[in-house]
Structure formats: C-alpha cells, structure tokens
Design a protein around this ligand. Structure first.
Ligand SMILES: *Cc1c(COP(=O)(O)O)cnc(C)c1O
Length: 313
C-alpha cells in the first residue's frame, strides 16, 4: 500500500505529520476498503465451492459496484438486491454492475429495510440456494478480518512508519472495526461517520468484541446527511485536489478530511501527532452525481472533475 506524506499549509501550521494511505489506488475494479472487505468472502466462497454471491445496496453503492466487478473476475455469479425502483437501472454504478454480469433485483424500500432480518435472509437463501449472502456494505465478520489486514498493510508500509492515529470514514463501521482490531500498540482510530446514525457505535462495539486493542473515537461527519453534497463540500474537494493532487470521493473521504481539518484548526490533535488518513476509494460514486454537481457548481467544475476521473477510473 502506498502511504503518501501530505504537506498542506494547515498541516505545517499546526506541526502535524499527516499521511494518506492510498487504498483508492489498490485495485482497478474494487477500489479502497471494499477490496479488503470482500477478499475473505471470495476466498471463503471458493474454498466451499459456492458459485454465487448475493448482496444488498442502494442504486449508487460502492459495494455493489466492487462486488460485481471483483466477483466476475474471480468467476462467480452475482445477484444484487437493490433498494428502490428500476428507474435507476441505467445509472453508471448499476450499468457497470450489470455489464459485469450481476443480476439486479429491485425491491421496495419497505422490503429493503428487512435486509438484516433473519427470517428475510432465510427466505432469500431458499430462493437462491447456491448463493453466499453477504450483508450490505460487505460487512460480515470476514470483512473485519480483511480490514485487520488493511491495518497491517498501512502499518508495514513506508518502512514501518509509526502512526499515532489512523483516521477512517465510516458507513456500516466494519472497516473502522477492522482497523481498531488491527491497530498496533497505542495507536488510536478516529472514526468519521458519513451517516446520521446513532447505531454506529453499537455496530462497531459488536464487531470489535473479540479484539484486544480498542482505542477509538467516533466523530459526526455527515454534513447534512448520507450522500448529501453541498457547494462548500465541492469547493473543499477542489481545493484539496489543487493542494495535494488527490481526488477525494463525494460521500466518505471528502467529509472525513473536511471534519479532520476543522479539528486540526481547533487544536484537537497535539503538535507532532502522526496521523494516517485512509483514502478508502469510492471515486466511482462521482459518476452518478453529474446533475447535482452541475447544479451546485456549474458545468466547468464538472468538466474538470470528469477529466480527473477519466485518468483515474
Ligand atoms: C463503503 C465505504 C466506506 C465505509 O465502509 P464501512 O465499512 O461500511 O464503514 C468508506 N469509504 C468508502 C469510499 C466506501 O466506499
């Protein structure tokens, strides 16, 4: 894993050592944390002769996208249970999933709400007996194992640079949980929630129960709600790109860095703190946002973004 030192004016001003772990560059198909989360499930399925993988997601889901593309490459059939109407079927995320052979099943929001319900899962298993059912976001116990490996890869990069803090954006909390379990020594994990969701803490607690090392803190970073974007956020994304050459995603990492910089400015991190921020990927998420981005920032912003994405995705 490439871990890059960042040197923006704010970082220098507050005497911090900030690095970014570039999981966004790790895999051309399943960028970022999804690669680490899914890898053990793909291995489990292969070892158990399971031919099909089934999972859940919204119409712009990074997880659905990553699952479809990596599973196809590994020779699995895939089924995506998608929240909402089939009108989304031709958005860039789902088009890519379908082109990778994923069978899309659109369900109502009411049905989607049952995705973690035991009886509902049993019914689905009966309907698709040959499939391994993977929860939303890929967040099963195997994903925690995968993200323990992610922590290891971060901590053994760059000749084992020592980090005091790992900072990570969070949805289901599985990635954060894996980092918490895999953190070394006195390292703490700072978790930035992309959702307005009070149950995140309990989910993380459940995931990390078997782990010894448990130093973490949760911060709210939804900025108006999950997947909501605004003019200030998009301006921030652009400034960050100009300062660092790194494009953030609109849903997770942009909000993580925005909150982290606010914290830096009020002295949340003491001088000399060595922070490693995870770029968990998610750049494909921009493709479904053209209309919203153009409305907030105009065509020229979108065209600049498109050019960067064309060189990245
Ligand atoms: C899915 C995703 C996350 C959140 O991961 P969880 O394990 O669900 O908390 C963070 N960043 C990006 C880019 C993602 O796609």
């Amino acid at each position: 894993m490439i871990v890059e030192r960042l040197n923006t004016a704010i970082i220098q001003q507050f005497n911090l050592e900030v690095s970014m772990a570039r999981a966004d560059q790790i895999h051309p198909l399943a960028s970022g944390n999804k690669y680490y989360k899914l890898k053990p499930s793909l291995e489990y399925a292969k070892d158990n002769n399971i031919k099909c993988l089934l999972s859940f997601g919204g119409a712009f889901s990074n997880h659905i996208h990553a699952l479809a593309l990596t599973a196809q490459k590994a020779g699995f059939d895939t089924i995506g249970i998608i929240r909402g109407e089939a009108q989304y079927a031709d958005n860039p995320t789902l088009r890519a999933a379908r082109n990778a052979g994923m069978k899309l099943v659109f369900v109502s929001r009411e049905e989607y709400r049952q995705r973690a319900n035991q009886a509902y899962i049993e019914n689905l298993q009966n309907e698709y007996p040959s499939c391994l059912i993977i929860p939303e976001g890929g967040s099963n116990n195997l994903a925690i194992k995968g993200c323990i490996n992610l922590a290891k890869d971060i901590n053994t990069s760059n000749n084992n640079a020592d980090f005091d803090v790992l900072a990570v954006a969070s949805g289901t909390g599985a990635t954060a949980a894996g980092l918490i379990c895999g953190a070394k020594g006195t390292q703490s994990v700072q978790v930035y929630s992309a959702l307005k969701d009070a149950s995140l803490e309990n989910r993380i607690k459940r995931f990390i129960k078997p782990c010894a090392n448990q130093t973490y803190q949760i911060h709210q970073a939804d900025y108006g709600g999950f997947a909501k974007i605004s003019q200030p956020l998009l301006e921030f994304v652009w400034d960050w790109y100009e300062d660092t050459g790194i494009l953030l995603d609109p849903i997770y990492t942009s909000k993580l860095i925005m909150r982290l910089i606010e914290q830096v400015k009020v002295g949340f991190f003491s001088r000399g703190t060595r922070i490693c921020v995870l770029h968990s990927g998610g750049l494909q998420g921009w493709l479904g946002m053209e209309q919203r981005v153009v409305k907030l920032m105009g065509h020229s912003y979108w065209q600049k973004l498109e050019r960067i994405l064309a060189n990245t995705l």
